[in-house]
Design a protein around this ligand. Sequence first.
Ligand SMILES: *[C@@H]1O[C@H](CO)[C@@H](O)[C@H](O)[C@H]1NC(C)=O
Ligand SMILES: *[C@@H]1O[C@H](CO)[C@@H](O)[C@H](O)[C@H]1NC(C)=O
Ligand SMILES: *[C@@H]1O[C@H](CO)[C@@H](O)[C@H](O)[C@H]1NC(C)=O
Ligand SMILES: *[C@@H]1O[C@H](CO)[C@@H](O)[C@H](O)[C@H]1NC(C)=O
Ligand SMILES: *[C@@H]1O[C@H](CO)[C@@H](O)[C@H](O)[C@H]1NC(C)=O
Ligand SMILES: *[C@@H]1O[C@H](CO)[C@@H](O)[C@H](O)[C@H]1NC(C)=O
Length: 442
Amino acid sequence: MIGPSNLRWVIFLALALIGSYPLRVIHSLGDGRNHGQKQKQQQRLLVPMTLVRNASSLGAVCLDGSPPAYHIHRGFGSGLHNWLLQFEGGGWCNDVASCLERSRSRRGSTRLMNKLEVFSGILSDDPTMNPDFYNWNRVKLRYCDGASFGGDSEYKNGSTVLFFRGQRIWDAIMVDLFSEGFLLAQKVFLSGCSAGGLATFLHCDDLAQLIPPNASIKCMSDAGFFLDVGDITGNNTISLFFRGVVNLQGVQKNLQAICRSFQDYLYQCFFPQYSLPYIRTPYFILNSAYDVYQFHHIFVPPSADPRGHWNHCKLNPAECTGDQINILQGFRYKMLAALRRFENSMNGGMFINSCFAHCQSELQETWFAPDSPRVHNKTIAEVVGDWYFERNVTKEVDCPYPCDLTCHNLIPAAQGPRRCNVGASVTIKRIRMLILLFLVLL
Ligand SMILES: *[C@@H]1O[C@H](CO)[C@@H](O)[C@H](O)[C@H]1NC(C)=O
Ligand SMILES: *[C@@H]1O[C@H](CO)[C@@H](O)[C@H](O)[C@H]1NC(C)=O
Ligand SMILES: *[C@@H]1O[C@H](CO)[C@@H](O)[C@H](O)[C@H]1NC(C)=O
Ligand SMILES: *[C@@H]1O[C@H](CO)[C@@H](O)[C@H](O)[C@H]1NC(C)=O
Ligand SMILES: *[C@@H]1O[C@H](CO)[C@@H](O)[C@H](O)[C@H]1NC(C)=O
Ligand SMILES: *[C@@H]1O[C@H](CO)[C@@H](O)[C@H](O)[C@H]1NC(C)=O
C-alpha cells in the first residue's frame, strides 16, 4: 500500500528516474555501503573558510554585500615559501535579473557558501596525489562577483542593490595574503577553473607586478579558454553574453590596456584568445577540445537547438550522430586554430585533450591517478609539473575524438556535475532505482 508518507518517497524516486539530482543521492547511498570508499572520503582534506580582513574598507564585497573569502592550507618543508592561488569558477551574470538571482545563491554570497572546501587534485597535500605542489601554500579564492574577479561597479534601484566588485575582491585578497606570508613568496602559480580560469587571464600580469622582486610566477587556465565562436545557428551567443557581463559590471577598465588598444570593442579582451598574445608571464593552457561547458552553453546552447536534437549527444558522446561529431570536430579545429600562435611560444605549455570534460585539475581522478587522462602517456599533473619546473617539452595536443581511451567524460546535468562515464553505468543505476521503487511500493 502507498501511505501518505510513502507517497513522498514514490514521488522522489519517480523524479529520480527522470532527473539527475537524485542519481547523485543513490551514488552516495552506494558509497555508504562501500566501507573502503567511505574511509577514503573521510580522509579528504577539508579546509575551512577565511573571511578577508579589512575587505569592506576597500569596498570589496560579494554581489549581495557579504565579505569575500578564501581557503588556505599552509605550505611546509621545501614548499614553505611557494604559493598556488586557485580561482574558483562558476559562470557569470550578465544582467540585473541574473545577478540578483545569483546574489541570493552560493554563487553570489559567502553567507550561502559551504564553509569547508575539499582540497583535491592540484590542491591536495598528498605527494602521491599531487607530486609537485603538495607542500606549497595552496589558496582557493572563492568566486562571488559574477564577472571572473574583473568588475568594479554597482547597481542601485530603490531597495535593490547589487555590488559588482570582483576587481576589489582580488585586490583585497592579495592585501590580506601579504600579511599571511605572501611577502616572502619565492615561487607563485596562479591558476583557476572555468570562470576562474578566465580570471587568470585578467590577473596574471597584475600579479607578476605584485610579487616580491626575487620571486618567479607562472599562470595556468584550466577550462578557461572560452572561444569567441558563433553557435551552430551562427548566432553570437557568447559574445553578446560577455558584452553584457563586461558592460553591466564595469569590467572594461580592468581589461589589459594593451589588448584594449588593439580591439574594435573593449569587451573582446574578456576573451582569452585576444588577451593571451599580450600576456608576458609564462602560461599554461589546460582545456578539453570538446569542453562540455562550451559545447552545452556556447556552441550548442538551448536557444540554438529548441527541438533538442542534441540532447542525447550532449549527455553521451557515443550517441552523437556522424553529423554532430563533424560539427564538434569543427569546434575543436577552431580552438586549435586560436591556439596556433601560442603553440610556438617559447615558455608556454598546453594540454588539449579530447575528452568531454570541464575542469580537470581540481579533481583527483583527472589530475593524477593510475587511470587518469593521458596524452602521449603523460598525465595532466606530470605535464603541468614538467612545464612549471622546466623539466621537459610540455605542449601536448590529443588526437581527435574518439581516439583517446583514457578520458573521464564528466558530463554535467541540469542540476550540477554528474559523472557519466558510459551510458551503461547510468542504465544500471536506473535499474537499481526501479528495484528500489518497487520495494517502496510494496
Ligand atoms: C586593517 O585596516 C586598518 C586601518 O586601515 C589597519 O590599521 C590594519 O592594520 C588593517 N589590518 C590588516 C589585517 O590588514
Ligand atoms: C527600477 O525598478 C523599477 C521597478 O522594479 C523598474 O520599473 C525600473 O525599470 C528600474 N529602473 C532601472 C533603471 O533599472
Ligand atoms: C635572489 O635569488 C638569487 C638566485 O636565486 C639568490 O642567490 C639571492 O639570494 C636571492 N635574493 C634574495 C634577497 O632573496
Ligand atoms: C540569438 O540569440 C539571442 C540571445 O540569446 C536570442 O534572443 C535569439 O533568439 C537568437 N536567435 C537565433 C536565430 O537563434
Ligand atoms: C605509460 O606510463 C606508465 C608510467 O606512468 C608506464 O608504466 C607505462 O609502461 C607507459 N606505457 C607506455 C605504453 O609507454
Ligand atoms: C621528456 O619527454 C619525452 C617524450 O615525451 C620522454 O621520452 C622523456 O623521457 C622525457 N624526459 C624527462 C626528463 O622526463
